[in-house]
Design a protein around this ligand. Structure first.
Ligand code: SF4
Length: 328
């Protein structure tokens, strides 16, 4: 990463502000798994990605602190996530430790699918000050877990053991967050709920956060799977809540997430802008650009990126300071 590349503006790396007191920190796009339902087409089986990004630790922290200051936040929840798996980040423990040193960081949470999780890594993260691990575990059945992860080598039993070690021996909390893929792991969901409750997940926060499978433009869709409607999804969650006496429909308040002043947009939708091309894009047909202190995804060109040149573009979207512009 070049120092001249802002870490606000891209969905795949850097800092994401959605107008609350929680900031997403995305240090890497890499993932060892190839989940068959992956909404961001990650891992070895990717079909759309042409670049993976890994962000320098100091640079990431500089932009995190800058964002907190720009937003005028006194306290912030740091949430480490990725369009991949944060555990692939070589400096993940150091990142947590450095975040912990910042007096304005209220909580630190991280999500993972657990493929790279070991007892040692869990201990190191705990010592560094991680408050909560959101573990996406989509099946307890080992064959089904291999199938869902698109990775024959993936051993869910190993992940289960580490999860049980976390709840029994470490300070950090565990939130189990399976992705429910209708028709594929329906029978696993109640088993996962029972297991999460049995092992004592959710000491400080809710123990479970069941995720709805959603189709995305560049995501993977397993054959024959239909997307559930939100209404249907919540109706089933309500029934499961009654059956197990546990909260499954989560709200921002459950994590003390509050609306705050968003980071100002520097580019507006439909604005015509000159963008400096700085590198290859994340997905096919994209370039990476910089304009007005934001990183911009440039779409609409199949050729090699003319690095260093300024091109004219029209901003297509600017929501949450994530910018996509079409080269004109
Ligand atoms: S769902 Fe998560 S763990 Fe699975 S391939 Fe996608 S990014 Fe990786």
């Amino acid at each position: 990463m070049q120092d001249s590349l802002p870490l606000i503006g891209h969905i795949a790396f850097g800092i994401i502000d959605r107008g609350t007191n929680l900031l997403q920190i995305r240090p890497t796009t890499l993932c060892p798994l190839s989940c068959i339902f992956c909404s961001v087409d990650a891992g070895p089986a990717t079909r759309n990605r042409i670049t993976e990004y890994v962000v320098d630790l100091n640079y990431l922290l500089t932009w995190f602190k800058w964002t907190v200051k720009e937003k005028g936040l006194k306290c912030v929840h740091a949430y480490i996530d990725a369009v991949g798996d944060p555990l692939t980040y070589k400096y993940i423990v150091e990142l947590v430790r450095r975040l912990r040193e910042l007096s304005f960081v209220e909580t630190i949470a991280m999500e993972t699918h657990g493929a790279l999780l070991t007892e040692k890594v869990a201990e190191e993260l705990d010592d560094a000050g991680l408050d909560r691990l959101n573990l996406s575990l989509d099946a307890l059945d080992s064959i089904k877990a291999k199938m869902l992860s698109g990775s024959l080598w993936f051993e869910v039993n190993r992940v289960v053991k580490v999860a049980e070690y976390i709840t029994s021996s470490l300070n950090m909390d565990l939130l189990v967050a399976p992705v429910w893929v209708p028709g594929i792991n329906d029978e696993e969901i109640p088993k996962i709920i029972e297991w999460a409750l049995r092992i004592g997940a959710g000491k400080r926060w809710p123990p479970l956060g069941i995720q709805k499978f959603e189709l995305h433009k560049y995501g993977r869709k397993p054959k024959g799977v239909r997307e559930m409607k939100w209404q249907e999804f919540y109706a089933i969650l309500r029934k499961l809540e009654d059956r197990y006496g546990v909260k499954l429909i989560l709200r921002p308040e459950d994590f003390n997430i509050k609306r705050t002043k968003p980071l100002p947009l520097t580019l507006r939708r439909f604005e015509k802008v000159k963008v400096r091309v700085v590198g290859p894009g994340w997905l096919k047909g994209q370039w990476l650009g910089v304009a007005k202190n934001r990183v911009v995804t440039l779409v609409g060109s199949r050729s090699e990126p003319p690095i260093g040149r300024k091109v004219s573009a029209t901003v297509l979207s600017a929501k949450h300071n994530i910018y996509v512009a079409r080269v004109t």
